[in-house]
Design a protein around this ligand. Structure first.
Ligand SMILES: C[S@@+](CC[C@H](N)C(=O)[O-])C[C@H]1O[C@@H](n2cnc3c(N)ncnc32)[C@H](O)[C@@H]1O
Length: 198
């Protein structure tokens, strides 16, 4: 099981860069320590970005999700609630010390501050299944506001290859925002062998 874990995780942990010789030596000396786990300690695996979220309990649930998974949470303003909203605190506060919540005045400020290597958008208008994506550590995964979804020009910029849809029954309109975030982040983290989890 240990050897199997090491060999399975190596490619996912490296992304495009390839394996550095120093990392190779470390892996051979301590095969049970997975490189992706070390990467997870150094930086968050994923950035969850909520674009102008409107409903406090959804964001609270996602704060907890970030604590559960090690993802980093970014909120793009304007927000539909205050950060000291009781409904937000009820869902998220106990766990907030384990996650980072960052606010940005708009999308451009987020890009400026975070320089995301890759942006993935979640939309009911996407045509590519979220499960067909190869996720990478550091991906910025963007979710739209509860009543409006992501703006059309935003989706156009992201492009169809990076606009993902979670399958639903034909009669369904959409999935609750915090459920959608959990579905996608757990799939992304699963692909990285749940690096950093116990
Ligand atoms: C409640 S939904 C917004 C619904 C909005 N009327 C729409 O059609 O986009 C809030 C956010 O959750 C995500 N979401 C919900 N269901 C989804 C699905 N089936 N596929 C992809 N994203 C989904 C999207 O990011 C969406 O912007």
């Amino acid at each position: 099981m240990r050897d199997e874990e090491s060999t399975m995780v190596v490619p996912a942990a490296l992304g495009r860069g390839g394996l550095q010789s120093r990392q190779r030596r470390v892996i051979m000396r301590r095969p049970t320590v997975q490189p992706a786990r070390r990467a997870a300690r150094r930086r968050p695996m994923f950035k969850i970005v909520l674009y102008q979220p409107e409903i406090a309990p959804n964001t609270g649930n996602i704060i907890r999700l970030c604590a559960n998974t090690g993802a980093e949470l970014h909120l793009i303003e304007p927000l539909g609630f205050a950060m000291d909203d009781k409904r937000l605190r009820r869902a998220g506060l106990d766990y907030s010390e384990y996650s980072r919540v960052l606010r940005h005045r708009d999308w451009a400020a987020f890009v400026d501050a975070e320089q995301p290597a890759r942006v993935l958008a979640l939309s009911t208008k996407g045509s590519r299944s979220h499960a067909a994506m190869d996720y990478r550590p550091g991906d910025a995964v963007v979710f739209g506001p509860e009543t409006r979804g992501l703006p059309a020009d935003f989706l156009q910029q992201v492009g169809p290859d990076h606009t993902l849809r979670i399958p639903m029954r034909p009669e369904s309109r959409s999935i609750n925002l915090s459920n959608a975030a959990a579905i996608v982040i757990y799939e992304a983290w699963r692909q990285l062998e749940f690096a950093g989890a116990r």
